[in-house]
Design a protein around this ligand. Structure first.
Ligand SMILES: Nc1ncnc2c1ncn2[C@@H]1O[C@H](COP(=O)(O)OP(=O)(O)OP(=O)(O)O)[C@@H](O)[C@H]1O
Ligand SMILES: [Mg+2]
Length: 107
C-alpha cells in the first residue's frame, strides 16, 4: 500500500524541502521505492536531487495543464533508486487523478 508523507510547516525556510529530499533519498537504502513530486515553482527539490531545471523540457506542469502522461516526466535523480523509471512507473489514471485533485483545490 503506497504511503504519502507530507512535510508541513506554515513558516518559510525552515527545512521542509530539505527534509523531504532526505527522507526520499533514504527510501532505496531501506529497500523501498519512492517518487518525489516537485510541485513548488522554486524547484528546489528538483535541483536538490541533482537535476538541472533549465535542461528540462517537460515537467509536472505539462502533466497538469497539457494532460501529458506522468510517466513521461519522471526523471532519474542523483540518488540511485530514486526516480528510476523501472521502479517508479505511476499506475494508470495517476495523471487524471492528479489533475482532478489540483482542480478541486483551485476552485
Ligand atoms: N537541518 C538543517 N540544518 C541547517 N540548515 C538547514 C537544515 N535544513 C535545511 N537547512 C537550510 O535551510 C535553508 C532552507 O531550507 P529549505 O529550502 O529546505 O526550507 P523550506 O521550508 O522548504 O523553505 P520554503 O518555505 O522557501 O519552501 C536551506 O538553505 C537549507 O540548506
Ligand atoms: Mg521548500
Amino acid at each position: 500500500m503506497p504511503r504519502v508523507y507530507a512535510v508541513v510547516n506554515q513558516k518559510g525556510g525552515v527545512g521542509k524541502t530539505t527534509t523531504a529530499i532526505n527522507v526520499a533519498a533514504n527510501l532505496p537504502e531501506l529497500g523501498l521505492s519512492g517518487l518525489i513530486v516537485d510541485m513548488d515553482p522554486q524547484g528546489n527539490t528538483t535541483s536538490g536531487l541533482g537535476i538541472v531545471r533549465s535542461e528540462l523540457s517537460h515537467s509536472i506542469y505539462n502533466v497538469i495543464i497539457d494532460a501529458e502522461d506522468i510517466n513521461d516526466v519522471i526523471r532519474p535523480t542523483a540518488v540511485p533508486g530514486l526516480g528510476d523509471r523501472a521502479h517508479q512507473l505511476a499506475p494508470p489514471g495517476t495523471a487524471a487523478a492528479l489533475r482532478a485533485r489540483v482542480a478541486a483545490r483551485c476552485l
